[in-house]
Design a protein around this ligand. Structure first.
Ligand code: VG1
Ligand code: CO
Length: 542
């Protein structure tokens, strides 16, 4: 029986960089998830007769939320929902399924790298029929719908058993429970030279992949161990847990410290990698080498043709604005179109759909291509393995060669977390007001050449997005970017991005924090960050 439950708008149901993220306890309050799901339905013009893909990263409340969404889809007349077995789907696998099954869209339950559990965070992302995150116009329509919500529809029915693959029904709606891994693994097999990677492993190449107790465990096991022959022990923390084992599934040197420590030993495996909560981001390591995400993107751009799916070369490349311009150097050398977009994968969708970019990436360790419409952690790992298998050199050598050829963009991001939200916004506002007077200003050893508040005009649909971060260029070939995070759930996180180019051939092997010392000083002179927020140092340095 369909029930119409009267409700009222709940403040703050506004999707951020990647979906709506709140404390798990907030999402579990009566009507909270229901209100947002109904707002999605209303914001996209209803789900009558539509087919949707649903799944999540397995965090606390995932299973219950899937059941609620199924009942709400059935109540609003959806014709079919395709759901991952046990309610699980990585973000890239969901994107692929939407495209493969020609679904009208999908809902991914994840707060990505944010910790999970009852005390952690939960999130809901809506993806459109191209498999990509809903663009701004759609998330805005959903938000507007949430502000005018007065009721939601839900089917009164018993929970479905999602533990077996196959077809079942919920009232008039078909529910197809699918293996979350198979279709995705098949896609990877088409894109990469599995034969070459298998040979690499059989010749004794060693790997450590840290799934961080999040969704990628089963994917990594199937692909790396079962299909490619890596040793069983290569996949660490492979069982998805509702609280990610108490960890913070963010693949960076700080949160993936267990893997980091392992990889920094002289007898470390040849290759190391980690993925985040929902499997869309990655960290790449070699023996005693950490590859920054921006460098990884540039290396992939320069070597993608070694993988069967990309032999024809790249149509173009794109990066988020704060990502280092290492990618631009490769694009320039290879004559590729290169775009800089605001932070968040949704801005790559149009470029990918229009064939203007084949490869996209973000400094936050998201890399991906036009094979789906999301960033893809395991895809990046396989791309690296494919490159190493073909080039037969170590990760350290790949990096050394790359910097010799293109120069090195030293890069680092400093995060200041849980700042007072008003004070953080005031800093950005103040900087905005000073932008006009900045050119020519000396900040220690560096002189500002240009300063702007980044805005982006989408070259495909002409939409304009403003206020995407303060970007300051220095005449010495350095850059400083400041923006506020759109994925946090308490206070504000200030992200400070720093970059400095060294054309080589000497000085290419310095410590990034040392190479960036003058940019760090310039930032402090410009913002008085430490004094303003009473912070001695950043909370996270990547
Ligand atoms: C962060 C990253 C951004 C990424 C986003 C979602 O956003 O900086 O590059 O696209 O997370 O990634 P923000 O607004 O906090 O800087 V994920 O893996 O959370 O879906
Ligand atoms: Co993610």
């Amino acid at each position: 029986m369909i029930r119409t439950i009267s409700s009222a708008p709940i403040a703050g149901q506004k999707p951020g960089t990647s979906g709506l993220r709140k404390k798990t306890s907030a999402f579990m309050e009566p009507g909270y998830l229901e209100n947002f799901i109904q707002s999605i339905w209303n914001g996209i013009g209803g789900v009558q007769g539509k087919c949707l893909v649903v799944g999540g990263d397995g965090r606390y409340f995932n299973t219950k939320a899937v059941q609620i969404i199924l009942k709400m889809a059935a109540a609003s007349g959806a014709s079919k929902v395709i759901v991952g077995q046990g309610g699980l789907l990585s973000t890239p696998a969901a994107s692929h399924l939407i495209r493969l099954k020609k679904a009208d869209g999908g809902i991914i339950l994840s707060a990505s790298h944010n910790p999970g559990g009852l005390d952690g965070d939960f999130g809901v992302k809506f993806n459109t029929s191209n498999g990509g995150p809903a663009p701004e116009a759609v998330t805005e329509a959903i938000y507007q719908a949430s502000l005018g919500l007065s009721e939601y529809l839900i089917l009164e029915a018993a929970d479905l058993d999602l533990s077996n693959v196959g077809l079942t029904r919920l009232a008039d709606m078909t529910v197809e429970v699918v293996d979350p891994v198979n279709d995705y693994a098949d896609l990877m097999e088409k894109l990469f030279d599995f034969e070459a990677i298998r040979t690499l492993f059989s010749n004794g190449f060693t790997l450590a992949f840290d799934a961080m107790h999040a969704v990628t465990g089963p994917y990594a096991h199937e692909i790396l161990v079962r299909r490619l022959g890596a040793d069983e022990t290569s996949v660490l923390n492979a069982t998805p847990l509702p609280d990610f084992g108490g960890g913070h599934p963010d693949p960076n040197p700080v949160w993936a410290h267990e893997l980091m420590t392992k990889m920094m030993q002289p007898d470390a495996p040849d290759f190391g990698a980690a993925s985040d909560g929902d499997g869309d981001r990655n960290m790449i390591l070699g023996r005693q080498v950490y590859v920054t995400p921006s460098d990884s993107l540039a290396v992939i751009a320069a070597n993608a043709h070694l993988a069967p799916g990309y032999v024809k070369g790249l149509a173009g490349v794109a990066r988020s604005m704060p990502t280092s311009s290492a990618l631009d150097r490769v694009a320039e050398a290879r004559g590729l179109e290169c775009h800089a977009t605001p932070t968040g994968w949704k801005f790559f969708g149009n470029l990918l759909d229009a064939g203007r970019a084949t490869l996209c990436g973000e400094e936050s360790a998201g890399t991906g291509s036009d094979h789906i419409r999301e960033k893809d952690g395991l895809w990046a790992v396989l791309m690296w393995l494919n490159i190493l298998a073909k080039r037969q050199i170590s990760v350290a050598e790949v990096m050394r060669n790359h910097w010799q050829e293109f120069g090195r963009n030293y890069y680092s991001r400093h995060d200041y977390e849980e700042l007072d939200a008003t004070a953080a916004q005031e800093l950005i506002d103040e900087l905005r007001q000073r932008l006009d007077q900045m050119a020519g200003q000396e900040l220690g050893a560096l002189t500002i050449s240009a300063a702007e508040d980044f805005s982006y005009k989408d070259p495909i649909d002409g939409s304009i997005t403003t206020g995407q971060g303060i970007q300051i260029h220095f005449i010495e070939g350095a850059r400083l970017v400041l923006r506020l995070s759109g994925t946090g759930t308490s206070g504000a996180t200030l992200r400070v991005y720093m970059e400095r180019f060294n054309s080589g051939p000497s000085g290419l092997e310095s410590d990034p924090q040392e190479a960036l010392a003058e940019v760090i000083t310039a930032c402090e002179k410009l913002t008085s960050l430490r004094q303003r927020f009473g912070r001695e140092r950043p909370d996270v340095i990547t």
